[in-house]
Design a protein around this ligand. Sequence first.
Ligand code: 76R
Length: 284
Amino acid sequence: MRHPDVPESLESWWILHRMFAFDRRAWGRVGAEARGRIGRAAAAVLGRLKAREDADVGLAQMLGHKAGLMLTHYAKTFDGLVAAQTAVDRLELAEYLRPKASYVSILELGLYEATAKIHAVLSERGLKPHSPEWNAAFDELLREQAEQPRNAGRLWARVPQRRYVCFYPMDKKRGELVNWYALPYEERAKLMLDHGKIGRSFHGLVTQVISGSAGLDDWEWGVDLYADDALTFKKLVYEMRFDEASARYAAFGPFVTGLQFSLDELATYLNGDHVPALNAAASA
Ligand code: 76R
């Protein structure tokens, strides 16, 4: 039975972020031929993941000590993520990659407004809340939500191909005085509506991927932002700090930022001679 205060959500890709330190000094001591072989083997394995219809993987060169390389795995099942993790760990390249952090979550579209509408429709139909008929009708209306082109397109979108990526986990506060989860549904729905308005003022400049991680990892959500200009991250995240949903209720984990690159640029990244590029056509 659904708790009446819970907003529904639609879920799609399972997501695993993995952050590694790359030991460039040790890599530099490997002969050119072996480097080529190890790099090609890694690219083949990652390429097979990217070619699958039920998986994807994004590569990014990160700035700072928190990570040098970030892999963002998508899979249609939890088991698919396990397989992706194992495939990467088995690579000879893994000898030079030191795990620094990781994050498990599942892509989520929040449905505050739609949930309220569904509740209203069901009560108009005179159904008794949480009766079998009510539950069946609820599931049907929720399925319709998932099939709406706007939602369907976003649910199964692949890793966005924009030059810069920013990732951080976050919670909504559950303190004694400030507690998101104790707010009435309507109030949370209104705050999320306002949040969406600020977000949409950045429409086109940024692609956000919200993934839920309650029960999966240490925070409640993972936030991925993708943009063609890294300054957009600062502008957006700062502006949101003044919006009540963030100003009062958000708590944040560590942020990482970096630049995405195409799989065919893996050798460029590994050898470090140039900054690897995101070749839109090659990585689509
Ligand atoms: O998905 C939608 O477009 C509908 C409106 C919307 C929801 C439901 C939306 C829009 N977000 C939603 C949910 Mn968001 N978002 C964040 C952060 O840094 C911060 O202060 C917070 C981190 C950013 C930067 C951001 C950006 N959003 C959520 C949720 C789930 C909360 C829940 O269910 O309680 C979180 C944790 C969250 C956090 N949001 C947008 C954006 C942007 C840019 C948009 C507009 C997207 C667009 O229309 O292009």
